[in-house]
Design a protein around this ligand. Structure first.
Ligand code: GAR
Length: 206
């Protein structure tokens, strides 16, 4: 991640709504991201994210797990597509599959993820619900590099918001999404400009 990487192609992996994908599409349009959003990878043929990508004219590759005998075969197909698109950075945005260790190692420090909590708090798939249930007064969003351990890679950016007394999952998710849509494009731009430097667990923003 050290060399200046302006001009990088990046891919967004998603499974669902694609609001983070949309934030990246919008940021690219406004020239807030200099990297090129060259590919959307989706594992869910019914995902709204696919529609968003098509509307923006971005190539979409759908890999339905049902069409593959194993995770290894699915990931081999994904890697083929990433190679064809000369993809340098992968941004996971609500991609609800765990990547294999081999895949993570192949793209070491080149896979980002967005998580709807202040890691290391509330790892896993129910971060919003868990934060409300636990009773924390603040939560937020985290962009981190993906490592073999889920939700545990080096943290790139975080942003904080309050948890209000009357919050439902829906109202809190909306507040967290606002943070995500701001810091995820920022993190991609930092990567693209070669501004992220790994120092053990810490990521220094130059
Ligand atoms: C985002 O809120 C993201 O933080 C979360 O999925 C949502 C996807 O929304 N990811 C995780 O919970 C990963 N553990 P989107 O499809 O509208 O971008």
């Amino acid at each position: 991640m050290n060399p200046k990487t302006t001009g990088v192609n990046f891919a967004v992996f998603c499974s669902g709504q694609g609001t983070n994908l949309q934030a990246m599409i919008d940021a690219a349009k406004k020239k807030r991201i200099s990297a090129k959003l060259a590919l959307v990878v989706c594992d869910n043929p019914g995902a709204h994210a696919i529609e968003r990508a098509r509307r923006a004219g971005i190539p979409v590759a759908v890999f339905d797990p049902e069409d593959f005998a194993s995770k290894k075969e699915l990931e081999a197909a994904v890697i083929g597509e990433l190679n064809r698109g000369k993809i340098r950075l992968i941004a996971l945005a609500g991609y609800m599959r765990i990547l294999s260790d081999d895949f993570v190692r192949r793209y070491k420090n080149r896979i980002l993820n967005i998580h709807p909590a202040l890691l290391p708090s509330f790892k896993g798939g129910q971060a919003i619900k868990d934060a409300i249930k636990y009773g924390v007064k603040v939560t937020g969003a985290t962009v981190h590099f993906v490592s073999e351990e889920v939700d545990a890679g080096p943290i790139v950016l975080q942003a904080v918001c309050p948890v209000k007394n009357n919050d439902s999952e829906k109202t809190l998710l909306a507040r967290v999404h606002k943070l995500e849509h701001k810091i995820y494009p920022e993190a991609i731009e930092l990567f693209a400009r070669g501004k992220l430097k790994a120092a053990g667990r810490r990521v220094i923003v130059k």
